[in-house]
Design a protein around this ligand. Structure first.
Ligand code: SF4
Length: 460
């Protein structure tokens, strides 16, 4: 009997790896068994369930070798840009120069999860005055102080204005500690007044033309800093090419999301989808390889959809998920409770939307920055969530709160209320800390209740 795709634990990956190698799997230079990352300290992998395909293995290996890639880029003479907070804007500009590599130090917020708090980053942040009343993104401070998780960038940028209090506090502290930051402002997005000149944005929003022009001016300052760092101009031609390349990634992700969130049975588990979506924000420090990783995933998912096989049972409850989880284990838990992912808002929708290729490149980038779901109202965010839930046939909504995160205080409830009112589907709000083991029974009960509510509705 041919076995279909499955979710497997790390111990099973050891045997699966040998099996794939014997079957002729070709790996990139960063390939290898997943277990080696545990030996490097990523002990959370021991508690996760993974898709068992070679495509997923490559995705995980790509993600977990990013630090090596950054150090290699520096050794090859590329200058490193640490973009902070804008999630998807500055890296498109930076990768337009072959001399620059950009990444998000913000990603350090997953280190406490991956290392099960073993790296002590949250403790270091607390010693600097940012305790558990702040979002886990405070781990960024610890990562800078230890220098053990990514090389210190040659240039740091951070968007301010419509930014959460947590990140403002973290970035200001970082600046005060001697890591100078180029701040650029992104004001809160508002709807154009009647008759006010307006611009359509990617993702379906619109904004006053003046606001887009203002953000364009701010991005010009970022462009000048990137040019000084690269030692070469970031002219229109280079930026246009950078936008087209970013769109190559975004088009693939759009296809992957369409396939993975619509098909039944679910062809790719939630955890792998979360990681695949994350590639959009800074290409995991290698834009070309991101395209290759997504192509292989698309091929695998396409085959599964055609063969009507999936990594999860058919008819699993279709859930839309809002906000990234501080503990990746929560995505497994959703599936353990009989649900599957069917759309997401991980706070970077603007990094998934196509960047307009017909507009002048700086204008196109400003429009994309204006489309950031986190610089608009919760109602705007809910509009987009509702549209995607309809498109993917989602039957329920999970809003995942992040402990201490200021943006979560009221926004999640508002989004859930709008979704309940418009779509009439059950919703639940849960809070997921960086290591959620102690809360698992509670989380499980709440997710199972959601699943049961959907099943009861199906039976009506
Ligand atoms: S998770 Fe929320 S509070 Fe934390 S940095 Fe991101 S937007 Fe800010």
């Amino acid at each position: 009997m041919i076995q279909g795709p499955r979710r497997i634990a790390l111990e099973e990956w050891d045997a699966r790896y040998s099996e794939l190698r014997r079957a002729g799997m070709v790996e990139p230079p960063y390939g290898g068994p997943l277990r080696r990352h545990v030996e490097d300290g990523d002990v959370r992998l021991l508690k996760l369930w993974f898709d068992d395909s070679a495509a997923a293995l490559r995705l995980w290996n790509f993600l977990l070798t990013e630090e090596d890639r950054l150090r290699q880029a520096r050794a090859l003479g590329r200058r490193l840009v640490g973009a902070m907070k804008d999630l998807g804007v500055v890296p498109v500009m930076a990768y337009s120069s072959p001399r620059l590599t950009a990444f998000y130090p913000d990603g350090a917020w997953w280190i406490p999860c991956m290392m099960e708090l073993g790296a002590g980053l949250l403790r270091l942040a607390a010693a600097l005055g940012l305790d558990e009343s702040f979002c886990p993104v405070r781990a960024v401070l610890g990562a800078f102080l230890t220098g053990a998780h990514f090389p210190i960038p040659d240039l740091l940028t951070c968007s301010v204005g419509a930014t959460c209090d947590d990140f403002s506090a973290v970035a200001q502290r970082l600046n005060g500690l001697g890591y100078p930051i180029l701040w650029w402002e992104i004001p809160a997005r508002r709807k154009p007044d009647p008759g006010e000149p307006a611009v359509d944005l990617p993702g379906g929003f619109s904004a006053p033309r003046d606001q887009v022009a203002f953000v364009g001016g701010e991005l010009e300052r970022v462009r000048s800093a990137l040019e000084a760092l690269a030692g070469e101009p970031l002219n229109e031609e280079r930026l246009s090419k950078g936008i087209r390349e970013a769109n190559r990634v975004r088009r693939r992700l759009a296809r992957l999301r369409r396939l993975a969130y619509a098909a039944d049975p679910c062809p790719l588990p939630a955890l792998e989808m979360l990681i695949a979506e994350m590639l959009a924000i800074h290409f995991c420090s290698d834009r070309e390889e991101t395209v290759a990783v997504l192509d292989i995933l698309l091929e695998e998912v396409g085959k599964r959809v055609q063969a009507r096989v999936g990594a999860l049972p058919s008819k699993a409850v279709r859930v839309f998920w809002v906000n990234p989880v501080a503990d990746l284990r929560a995505m497994n838990l959703l599936e353990d409770c009989g649900a599957r992912l069917c759309g997401t808002d991980f706070m970077f929708g603007h990094a998934l939307d196509l960047i307009p290729e017909q507009a002048p490149p700086m204008e196109a980038l400003a429009r994309m920055a204006r489309a950031d779901p986190m610089v608009g109202s919760a109602a705007d965010r809910a509009d987009r969530v509702c549209a995607e839930m309809r498109a993917f046939g989602a039957e329920a909504l999970v809003v995942s709160r992040i402990p201490g995160a200021s943006h979560c205080a009221t926004e999640g409830r508002l989004i859930a209320e709008i979704v309940e009112e418009r779509l009439g589907v059950p919703t639940v709000e849960i809070e997921v800390p960086p290591v959620c083991d102690a809360l698992t029974p509670n989380l499980r009960t709440r997710l199972e209740a959601l699943v049961e509510a959907v099943r009861a509705r199906r039976g009506k």
